[in-house]
Design a protein around this ligand. Structure first.
Ligand code: PEP
Length: 248
């Protein structure tokens, strides 16, 4: 059985006070079986350590992005070494906002995943199609193109979690139906089987992300190939505890 994972992506939100108080007063109250579920929250870079220090050990902390380069002259970036030094073991990579607002190519995302894994980080690698791509029947092509860019550089997927996040569902209130999510997750698992290994297909967690809330979490998690969530907006509210409960 795959351990489920519930991730919270705070994006560019919050204050030092929010990071502390929400961690201490809300997230620390989360009740879940750590043998069954992992919870990983992702504050902004500035708030990572505030959250980490306020959180009990059962909740892990993740960066939202890292540089593909080692420490050096890369103004404005965050390195894998810095996360290691701070005792932070996760990073999200390839989020659709990195791809479509900041222009990160499939190749750059692949390089970042490779670099993060080489520095012993665990990676939540995000993929997903835009609305016009879904409407023109290209969902699978786009997802596989994004995964192939990772596979070209990465052999061992044991520290990779895939987050399928259709761009049209992110922050829009339009969630993929459980059937739509299951259809894509099944395709992704088949892709892993054909392109990485049967073991990777069995073991790799595939999260769904895109307007997940406490109202739709139960029906999504009931699907066979949905192994948890990456949650944006709803991860900043108390209802996040109900999303964790749905996975537990
Ligand atoms: C996300 O940021 O990864 C996300 C899925 O956002 P939201 O839940 O707000 O759609």
């Amino acid at each position: 059985m795959r351990k489920l994972l519930v991730g919270g992506n705070w994006k560019q939100n919050g204050t030092v006070k929010f990071a502390h108080d929400f961690s201490q007063n809300v997230l620390n109250k989360a009740k879940f079986d750590a043998n069954k579920v992992e919870v990983v929250v992702s504050p902004s870079t500035l708030h990572l350590l505030t959250a980490k220090q306020a959180l009990q050990n059962h909740i892990q902390v993740s960066a939202q992005n890292i540089s593909q380069y080692k420490n050096g002259a890369y103004t404005g970036e965050l390195s894998a070494e810095m996360l290691n030094d701070a005792g932070i073991h996760w990073t999200i990579l390839g989020h659709s906002e990195r791809r479509h607002v900041f222009g990160e190519s499939d190749k750059v995302v692949g390089e970042k995943v490779k670099h993060a894994l080489a520095h012993n980080l665990k990676v939540i690698a995000c993929i997903g199609e835009k609305l016009d791509e879904r409407e023109s029947g290209k969902t699978q092509v786009v997802n596989e193109r994004q995964l192939n860019a990772i596979r070209e550089l990465v052999n061992d997927w044991s520290n990779v979690v895939i987050a399928y996040e259709p761009v049209w569902a992110i922050g829009t209130g339009k969630t993929a139906s459980p059937e739509q999510a299951q259809e894509v997750h099944d395709q992704l698992r088949q892709w892993l089987k054909s392109n990485v290994s049967a073991d990777a297909a069995n073991a790799t967690r595939i999260l769904y992300g895109g307007s997940v809330t406490e109202k739709n979490a139960d029906e999504l998690i009931a699907k066979r190939d949905v192994d948890g969530f990456l949650v944006g907006g709803a991860a900043l509210k108390e209802g996040f505890l109900d999303i964790i409960r749905a996975a537990n």
